[in-house]
Write a protein that binds this ligand. Structure first.
Ligand SMILES: *[C@@H]1O[C@H](CO)[C@@H](O)[C@H](O)[C@H]1NC(C)=O
Ligand SMILES: *[C@@H]1O[C@H](CO)[C@@H](O)[C@H](O)[C@H]1NC(C)=O
Length: 435
């Protein structure tokens, strides 16, 4: 035990030295990371605090309110999103005492030394089929919000919830984004709450799932932020060169359709696994490094989406560590930027086409609590996203001779929209009858 701790200290120390000698991107807008802990071999939170500080990560999202983590990050300046699990929603809804008790126990003692800025109530509640839980979500959020206010923390702590992008029925083109009709009864008042309390709408978005679901029809460069022709939204003439931005703008459009242009969208989770099962196309070290590296570059550039160019994307990468105890396919245990011993799973190229173009170990992002079931539930929306991505090649047949990518990616691209249509009868429906 002690030996293990020492060994990992050593590795972390080495990593820090290495990083300080590397020209790490100096991000004006830093990124966040999900710090998931479904593992039996993670380092002590005090070591993690040092690791993240060295990596330019200034925002961390937890899936609980682990006091050991919150204490370890006291006086570090790192901003925290903490969470109330789905299993607690029903007991908090309509129970001001329980909500107050939770905030008193899990938030108040750590402020102000630890910067807790947001409490997420529930994770992907609308991805399941528990309507009782769905109905409890907003009352639970309101109870927590009231407790935060009563305890005098209203100015510093916002209340939100995280949703899968599968809350959208339509995501192509982005300007046509719309929430699922069966969820409107929950989402309309939820948006009203966000508007009234000035809190962000959080989404978990994984272009990886689009690729995995339909590797033959989704453009890999499009999902990896690699150079590609882009897709034009015919309603706005805005051009999209990556799926994540299209998903974000689809959420803005869906909120607008419900009367809200007053709510910000943040990405509470996104990431790419470095390893997967045989049937998990795209789960490779190369692709994970490309996705996360390219994303970090864009964060460092303070880039916004085509619809909101002046609103820098706000992202929590999933995840900090590989988590060995997560159930589900192999990919679930391989989203981490780091192994539990503190060594990087891969080097991230943050300089593609940029100033230095150098490759080096890089920033971590972070972690989850997502059951594999909830990820699988994304598949439906994924198909819509896949259909959108396939439009990339609706006009130009892929020219294998002029590959625009900078690295060799041993995976297939899809060629034409029509080909995609044939392979997946659902594609056309989800595209919504586009030409
Ligand atoms: C809800 O989901 C669970 C788990 O996927 C499933 O076993 C159950 O049959 C579903 N219930 C309904 C009503 O769809
Ligand atoms: C988009 O561009 C086309 C062709 O340039 C133009 O005719 C159309 O009015 C534009 N639409 C919008 C919404 O700007």
């Amino acid at each position: 035990m002690e030996l293990c701790v020492r060994a990992s200290s050593l590795l972390l120390g080495l990593l820090l030295q290495l990083l300080s000698s590397v020209d790490v991107v100096s991000a004006a807008q830093k990124f966040g990371i999900n710090y998931g802990q479904i593992a039996n071999n993670l380092p002590d939170p005090t070591q993690v605090a040092g690791l993240l500080q060295s990596l330019n990560v200034n925002k961390v999202k937890l899936y609980d309110a682990d006091p050991k983590v919150l204490m370890a990050f006291a006086n570090t300046g790192v901003e925290f999103i903490i969470a109330i699990g789905n299993e607690n929603l029903q007991s908090m809804a309509g129970n001001p005492g329980a909500a107050r008790q939770w905030v008193t126990q899990h938030v108040q003692p750590f402020l102000p030394a630890t910067r807790i800025t947001c409490i997420t109530v529930g994770n992907e509640v609308f991805s399941g089929n528990d309507t009782g839980m769905m109905a409890s979500l907003l009352p639970a959020m309101k109870a927590i919000y009231a407790a935060v206010g009563e305890l005098g923390l209203g100015g510093q702590v916002t209340v939100s919830s995280a949703h899968s992008v599968n809350v959208l029925a339509t995501s192509f083109p982005p300007s046509s984004g719309a929430f699922r009709e069966d969820l409107a009864q929950y989402i309309q008042p939820l948006l009203d709450f966000h508007g009234q309390t000035n809190s962000p709408f959080l989404i978990n978005a994984y272009p990886f799932f689009a690729y995995k679901a339909s590797p033959g029809s989704v453009s890999l460069p499009y999902v990896l932020f690699e150079p590609n022709p882009g897709v034009r939204d015919p309603n706005t003439n805005l051009s999209y060169d990556n799926m994540l931005y299209a998903q974000i703008d689809a959420v803005y459009a869906a909120m607008k359709a419900m009367g809200h242009t007053d709510i910000g969208v943040r990405i509470s989770e996104t990431g790419w696994p470095s390893k997967g099962d045989e049937d998990e196309a795209g789960a490779t070290v190369e692709n994970a490094a490309a996705y996360n590296g390219n994303l970090m570059q864009r964060i460092a550039m303070n880039q916004g989406t085509p619809l909101k160019p002046n609103v820098p994307i706000d992202v929590f990468v999933f995840a900090l560590f590989n988590e060995d105890m997560k159930p589900g396919p192999t990919s679930e245990r391989n989203y981490g930027l780091f192994y539990p011993n503190g060594s990087p799973v891969y080097a991230i190229n943050t300089g593609a086409g940029g100033v230095s173009g150098r490759t080096g170990p890089f920033d971590p992002y972070s972690a989850q609590m997502f059951s594999s079931a909830s990820r699988l539930a994304e598949t439906e929306n994924i198909l819509a996203a896949a259909a959108f991505a396939s439009l990339l090649y609706s006009h130009d047949v892929w020219d294998g001779g002029s590959c625009p990518t900078r690295r060799i990616i041993p995976l297939s691209f899809l060629h034409t929209y029509h080909a995609a249509e044939k392979e997946s009868p659902t594609t056309e429906r989800m595209i919504g009858g586009g030409d």
